[in-house]
Ligand binder design. Structure first.
Ligand SMILES: *[C@@H]1O[C@H](CO)[C@@H](O)[C@H](O)[C@H]1NC(C)=O
Ligand SMILES: *[C@@H]1O[C@H](CO)[C@@H](O)[C@H](O)[C@H]1NC(C)=O
Length: 186
C-alpha cells in the first residue's frame, strides 16, 4: 500500500470513530447503559419491579422490546394473552408458569403448570393465556423478557374461566415513557 493510501485509510477510520452519533442512541440516551441506573417502576402492580432495558418509546425499538422484571415473593403477572411472541429467561429465583394452550375454546380453561428455576427459559406461543408467578416465599423471581411487536396489545382475565369476549383489552400497553423534561431546560 502506498503511504498516501495509508493516510487516507487512517483518516477515514478517524472520521468514523469520531462520529458523534456512535455515542448516543435515540432521544440522546447513552448507547451503553448501566442497568442498575435505569428507571424502575411497578406500573401499578404490587410486588413488581419493572425495568425497560430497550423500549419502543425511549429507544425507538420497532421489532422487539426487552424487560428486566423482578417479582416479590407471592406476586404474579395477571392471567393474560397477547398476539406477540414472548421469551423468558429466569435469572434468579423460582416459581411457576401457568399456561392454557388451547385457545380455541370460549375461555382459557384449566392451565398446565410448569416449574421455572434459575437459568430456565421458556416462550409463550402467540395468544396462549398465561401467568408467571413467584411461588417461592423467600426469594425474588427475576426474569429477562423479550417481546415482539411493541407496544403490546394485552387481554387480561380475572380467572381461567372468564370468556375470551369478557377479557379486558389494554392497548397500546406502553412499558416505557420519555423522561419529563427538566424545568430549567426552558
Ligand atoms: C452501575 O451502576 C451501579 C449502581 O449505581 C454502580 O454501583 C456500578 O458501579 C455501575 N457500574 C459501572 C460500570 O459504572
Ligand atoms: C446457565 O447455563 C449456561 C449454559 O449451560 C451456563 O454457561 C451458565 O453458567 C448457567 N448460569 C447459571 C447461573 O447457572
Amino acid at each position: 500500500m502506498l503511504p498516501f493510501q495509508l493516510v487516507l485509510c487512517f483518516s477515514s477510520f478517524l472520521a468514523i470513530a469520531a462520529a458523534p452519533a456512535s455515542q448516543f442512541s435515540t432521544n440522546g440516551l447513552p448507547l451503553v447503559r448501566n442497568i442498575s441506573e435505569l428507571p424502575q417502576d411497578n406500573y401499578g402492580r404490587a410486588g413488581l419491579s419493572h425495568i425497560t432495558v430497550a423500549g419502543s418509546v425511549l429507544h425507538g425499538m420497532n421489532e422487539v422490546e426487552v424487560w428486566l422484571q423482578t417479582f416479590a415473593p407471592g406476586s404474579s403477572t395477571p392471567i393474560h394473552r397477547h398476539s406477540c411472541e414472548e421469551v423468558f429467561v429466569v435469572l434468579k429465583g423460582s416459581g411457576k408458569l401457568y399456561i392454557a394452550s388451547n385457545s380455541h375454546q370460549k375461555h382459557p380453561g384449566h392451565p398446565q403448570e410448569h416449574l421455572i428455576f434459575p437459568n430456565s427459559t421458556f416462550h409463550i406461543p402467540v395468544n396462549d393465556a398465561h401467568q408467571v408467578s413467584n411461588t417461592n416465599e423467600h426469594e425474588d423471581l427475576q426474569v429477562l423478557v423479550i417481546i415482539s411487536r411493541p407496544p403490546v396489545k394485552v387481554f387480561i382475565y380475572e380467572d381461567w374461566f372468564m370468556p375470551h369476549t369478557a377479557a379486558r383489552l389494554k392497548f397500546p400497553y406502553y412499558w416505557d415513557e420519555l423522561p419529563a423534561p427538566a424545568k430549567d431546560e426552558l
